[in-house]
Write a protein that binds this ligand. Structure first.
Ligand code: FES
Length: 105
C-alpha cells in the first residue's frame, strides 16, 4: 500500500490505492480544511506535493481554476480532494491565514 508522509506534522500513514488524499488524511485524523466537502469548488484543501507529484496525473481545468484562488500557490500545488493516491507521497499542508470560518470547520 502507498505510504503518505504529511508535513509539517511528520506523520506517515499507509493508504489504499485510489483513495483521495483528502479522505486519507481525514481518516487518520490529519486536518485538511475541506470547505466544499471535496467537490472541487473551493481551495481550502490546497496542499503541496513535495515528493511523488507526477504520480497524481493531470490537473483538471476545474482544479486549476480553484487552485488559482489558493494562498501560497506553488508549482507542486494540488487540491487534496482531487488527488487519487497511486504511489508514495510526501505532502505539505501549508499554513493558513486566519479566516472567519476557523471555528466552523
Ligand atoms: S474541499 Fe473544496 S476543493 Fe477540495
Amino acid at each position: 500500500m502507498p505510504k503518505i508522509r504529511f508535513l509539517p506534522q511528520d506523520v506517515e500513514i499507509e493508504v489504499e490505492e485510489g483513495k483521495t488524499l483528502l479522505d486519507a488524511a481525514l481518516d487518520n485524523n490529519i486536518r485538511i480544511d475541506h470547505n466544499c466537502g471535496g467537490n472541487c469548488a473551493c481551495s481550502s484543501c490546497h496542499v503541496v506535493i513535495e515528493e511523488g507529484f507526477e504520480s497524481l496525473g493531470e490537473v483538471s481545468e476545474d482544479e486549476e481554476d480553484m487552485l488559482d484562488e489558493a494562498e501560497n500557490l506553488t508549482d507542486k500545488s494540488r487540491l487534496a480532494c482531487q488527488c487519487k493516491i497511486k504511489q508514495d507521497l510526501v505532502v505539505r499542508i501549508p499554513p493558513k491565514e486566519a479566516t472567519f470560518d476557523d471555528d466552523t470547520f
